[in-house]
Design a protein around this ligand. Structure first.
Ligand code: ATR
Length: 275
């Protein structure tokens, strides 16, 4: 019996158990995936006892992503991000990685199979942890230039500095003009999420071939995605990123690389629609 879990504080909202337990059943693996509420003061102790408590690893969510990275052996991606969302044990050593970026790219490619990222330009809104993971993944995919706008400009400038010359900070008021010649627009902010203000941007100058992606998945179709669909842009919603980021963790703990099936999507979609 292999066990894994997701830890956070609070943790009740996590949909990871729904995803991993679906796969465990689908692949007939004798395993369990649980939700664990772990207070920040308990994190170190919890991770020290992960293996003795019978876990092969865990997902890590708010507020533990940075602390978990420091308490485990990070791979190159986690090191570049300074954060981790997936921990796994190999030969008694706790390893840390981040799968958010690959989840974003896999979801984007599944939703917009024709997308070409190499040598293209992308516009990223937001400069938090999600933006960091997505920018890292886009650069890895060969995106030549990323324009980065954030409500708090200093955070965009800091992140641009962190990634180097291919990432340029952009003033929030210049977003609408910067839409020209983008192959991709990504919202990584919480704007558009249920209970938050909508993201108000003008898509008029965005090429119709450009993909529009949103990491928000409550609601499943945000006002930004709605506007993009209406004018004919291909879109990619946040639910796909949530599903695809789970793939590698499952593979690391349970040894089978799982598929994001329409049935899984429908299961999680129904759960989101309930909320
Ligand atoms: P995450 O790790 O999920 O990316 P985060 O680090 O809290 O979360 O980042 C949230 C992002 O949403 C930030 O870019 C934030 O902008 P600030 O850096 O200015 O805080 C953005 N955001 C949240 N609420 C916003 C709002 N009302 N208007 C504009 N941007 C907002």
């Amino acid at each position: 019996m292999i066990r894994a879990c997701v830890i956070g504080w609070p943790i009740s909202h996590s949909r990871s158990p729904l995803i991993h337990n679906y796969w465990l059943k689908q692949y007939a693996i004798a395993g369990a995936y649980e939700k664990k509420a772990v207070e920040p003061e308990q994190l170190e102790n919890f991770l020290k006892n992960l293996e003795p408590h019978g876990y092969a690893g865990c997902n890590v969510t708010i507020p533990h992503k940075e602390a978990a990275f420091k308490l485990a052996k990070p791979d190159e991606i986690a090191r570049k991000l300074g954060a981790a969302n997936t921990l796994y044990i190999r030969d008694g050593i706790l390893h840390a990685t981040s799968t958010d970026g690959e989840g974003f790219i896999a979801s984007l490619k599944a939703d917009v199979p024709t997308i070409q990222l190499a040598a293209k330009s992308a516009l990223v809104l937001g400069a938090g942890g999600a933006a960091r993971a997505i920018i890292q993944a886009l650069l890895q995919e060969g995106v030549e230039r990323i324009e980065l706008a954030n409500r708090t400009p200093e955070r965009a400038a800091d992140l641009a500095r962190h990634f180097g010359s291919r990432v340029k900070p952009l003033a929030w008021q210049n977003i609408d003009d910067a839409m020209r010649e983008q192959a991709l627009l990504v919202n990584t902010t919480s704007l558009g999420m249920k209970g938050q203000p909508p993201l108000i941007v003008e898509l008029r100058k965005l090429p119709l071939t450009a993909a529009v992606a949103d990491i928000v998945y409550v609601p499943l179709v945000t006002p930004l995605l709605q506007a993009a669909v209406q004018r004919g842009n291909p879109v990619s919603g946040g639910l796909g990123m949530l599903l695809h980021q789970a793939v590698r963790g499952f593979e690391l703990w349970f040894g089978t690389r799982p598929h994001v099936t329409p049935e899984l999507r429908a299961l999680v979609k129904a759960d989101v629609e309930k909320s």
